[in-house]
Ligand binder design. Sequence first.
Ligand SMILES: Cc1cc2nc3c(=O)[nH]c(=O)nc-3n(C[C@H](O)[C@H](O)[C@H](O)COP(=O)(O)OP(=O)(O)OC[C@H]3O[C@@H](n4cnc5c(N)ncnc54)[C@H](O)[C@@H]3O)c2cc1C
Length: 492
Amino acid sequence: MSDDRRVIVIGSGPAGAMAAHELIRKGIPVTMLESSLNFENGLLVRMMGRNLYRRVPTLETGKRHTSSGDPNTDWYCSLLPGGLSNQWTGAVPRFAPEDFTEGERLHEKYCWPVTYAEMSPYYELCEKLLDITADSTDHPNMPAGYAAHQHKLPKDWQHVAKYAALRGQTLTTLPLADGPPWMFVRRGTAFNSYTNIVSKLLKSPHFEIKFGAHALQLEWSGEKKRADAVVYHDRSNGKEHRLPAAAIVIACGALNSTKLLFNSACSDFPEGMGNTAGLLGKYLHDHPREWWVFDVERPISLLAPSAYLTRIPHAESEPLIGSSWTLGVVSIKDKVMSRFAFKGKSISVQVFGTMIPTENQLVKLADEKKDEFGQPLLDICIRYTEQEVNNMIQSRERLISIMNEAGYKSTIREVAPQLRPGSSVHYGGSARMHSSPKYGVVDSWNRLYDVQNVLVCDSSCFTTAGEKNPVLTSMAIAARAAERLSEDLKKR
Ligand SMILES: Cc1cc2nc3c(=O)[nH]c(=O)nc-3n(C[C@H](O)[C@H](O)[C@H](O)COP(=O)(O)OP(=O)(O)OC[C@H]3O[C@@H](n4cnc5c(N)ncnc54)[C@H](O)[C@@H]3O)c2cc1C
């Protein structure tokens, strides 16, 4: 492939896959670098629209970081083709229009440089690839998206939804990239970005993927004033190679992308590529996550697929403080029984809260410890504030009140202490986007302010986190950035 418009996309997770998909669609040649040598199989058995058995590749944790914030901080990684989509659940709600703007109430630095209206076509583009089950009705805080399969909540839960609506909240089906109702596949998830997107790109003569190619550093050319190559370690022979490119899309997952930029320091960027303003790594955020069970006095329908309760309306909550609730069943028996409209008396809940990103919540290179390539580990310095912890406690009471008001007297079981940074696997913000370089590492098209032919396209670019699962938004942003990059390359 000798085209001088060649783009290197680093990472085959959902964000990198989507960037490559759009570049190829626009006729731009792509070489994808993927750290792992092999795809690892899993197993998914899905029947009657329920996932009855899943075996996923093991997640890696604890190997790649030190923690100078909360000592219990985790960082789950999946250096595999498809990244964390080998293990994910597939929840894909859109961000609401307010999610892009509400931070402004606190400070201009929390306003995204992109609006919901601009994102909407890219959301739809991604949704069409994700084979989603959802209830495509437009609701406050849950804009309708494209769903291949429709699912409405059972009648008794629709009754509860009316009481949630009285409080300005929406209770509806959780949009899930769960695929068709019947599946038996040798991967752990219905949607895996490698099998569902990347492997299909291999049909294009303009696409190639290098497996076992772990990017170590981007090379800056002071003469050309751009990054002109990626240096990577080839796991198949242990050698280092240099691959030139017209542009580079970084999509290694939120923290690995930031690490790569730190490791790309050079004389013009001594603190890391894109870090002239000293913002790289800062404003890290995560979703505080809790899982608990409550019991209802009278039976209510078993929920599979899960239901989703949206946040308290923005106007009624402190800026950037919110939660989302996912309600469902866990056991195979309950999943099967839900198909035949059986009822039960206990419901499992997963709550994601928000964080207010600050300069003090950050990642940086660790002082001493090194990774397998001799590069410094990342030091994750994150700690939930009292306000963020209290929000999680209030979220328990909020849901129970709605159930009680709807006539389902509910009691929450004891909640074990479990708040631990990283456990939601939703890090973001460490190479944030903003309309001003004063507050952003990347601009509104995901280009480093300092190095315009380098784009950061995963959730590290998020300006704020919202309380919603991140993947759909990072895929849509990657598609949008890739489209703009393709136009720029064609003009060049
Ligand atoms: C159990 C579980 C459930 C989840 N459920 C959901 C959910 O329901 N909804 C949701 O939105 N999110 C969910 N997530 C999180 C979601 O999976 C991630 O946010 C998402 O996969 C991130 O996508 P990404 O492309 O940015 O990065 P990743 O998926 O992490 O992919 C990164 C890719 O880059 C490669 N890579 C990394 N470093 C290098 C390097 N230096 N050189 C070359 N290649 C490199 C990796 O091998 C990988 O292919 C879940 C995660 C887990 C673990």
